[in-house]
Write a new protein. Sequence first.
Length: 162
Amino acid sequence: MREAPTSLHQHDSRTVPEIGQVLELLEIAWERSRGMLGTAPLSAAQTRVMFIIEREPGINLSTLGRRLSAAAPSVTRLCDRIQAAGFLRRTPRPQDRREMQLELTDTGIAHLHGIRQRREQALHQALSRMTPDAQHALATGISALCDAVSEPLQTFGHQETA
């Protein structure tokens, strides 16, 4: 049985800023190592689109726009560029041929795999400088954070009652 979520003020006051700092350091590391860890030939925004499409194969443009909180023309342009790179395929949805579904090509899947592989190498190097206990604690915390992030967001100031 899951424990009830704690309110934000009950967390160690250092936790949220420390997680933010880790995210910032990762962004800096990715940028600093752009040649090795970058997303070229795509932008970071285009790569984010690919990650969403990978998780939701067959997603349509309007749903993708909602996931990105972006206007339809912007989403269309992003997808146009990804398709021009050979990483995206648009096909009519079988249920409604007027609606297009988005899927990554084999080349697109391989591109994401390469990005992940390079980033994992960099993370392995950093983790190798940590003690086994610290590595275990990090893995446990990240797993719990991923579970929490995947739950529906609540409006700040309002908590659901169980």
